[in-house]
Design a protein around this ligand. Sequence first.
Ligand SMILES: [Cu+2]
Length: 379
Amino acid sequence: MSHSAALPTVRRTAIVAALLVPSAAPAAAMAPGRGCGGPDAPVTTSVDSARHTVVITLGPCRLPALGPADTDMPAMSPMSDMEMEHGPGHEDVRVHFRWPADVWMRGFDLRLYDASHHRLDQPTTMHHFELLDFDRRQLVYPLVERVFGMGEETSSALVPKTVGLPLDRGMDMALYVMWNNHTDHDLDGVTFQLTVRYSPRSLSPRPTIVLPFKADVNIHPGGGDAFDLPPGGGSRWSVFTVGTSGRLLAVGGHLHDYGKELRLEDVATGRVLARVRAQRRADGTVAGVTHGLYGVLGRGPHLVAGRQYRLVAVYRGNPADSIRGAMGVMGGIFAPDDFRRWPAIDRSNADYLIDLSPPALPAISQATGKAGSAVAQRR
Ligand SMILES: [Cu+2]
């Protein structure tokens, strides 16, 4: 356990809060007057080393009124869990802070409160959030690690003590939030409270180290990942490699309406290594995505550094209509064979830098998204 963890909780909380003057957020990404963005964003963290939690608090915030949801457009509705990006730069909040403790992260729990500390309904308050770690890159892409995120439908996740995601004190983290206030009046005094559950770094035996896995069939950092398909649908695929070898312990996915499945294949052998299927309604709209949970108890597919893998997204829609704004993202948790060989960040890489100075584009696909969990187990 780190030296600081021995301090009494109250004292640590105070110290941590003092350290957490938010660093400059990219002001260019923030439209004026939107809730809790900007360099003065009220973000704090506190560590409770008895309960093994880190609590990240953002607020109170003023959530701008978006007006009633446009019924002609697919609603900004149930996205979840792992992938909610529809082009960078559109979040209401992008705030940096320093991670306060050396931990093995195990799960999280989100609560939103109004000005009188009553719990707010999540879907009608927040569209999604993401927690980013600027001190680690992704397995597949040289982009900033997305530690986890979630949308309207989930509010918590927890993995067993036998696995943990390493987060170190002092890491440069960021919280990206997109609110969802579809009323005609601003909501004032909203507090976002994210409780991260962890195992202490001293836990013995040491948990299996896991990190996020994310691959996208149409990735264009800084540009947006949506694509169109001809009438009736079709598939879109991309080939990728992983920077270090390891095992996929769980997979989930993100597909939009008319999505059918996501497949992960070995290019050389054609073998399907993982598959997630959309839960489709009769009209082809997507209600969710199945999850594959291999590894927390069993064994998932082993991916080898440098070997080629293909991610395929399959869409099937009405033969008369093109499919617009499709997405295909597989997410999951990945246990590297040797964490010390995790690919190093290249801080001069243009894709890495996008999250530090995102293009100020308000454009966001309005397509409805549905996603499956990237985290192994929900409470
Ligand atoms: Cu999407």
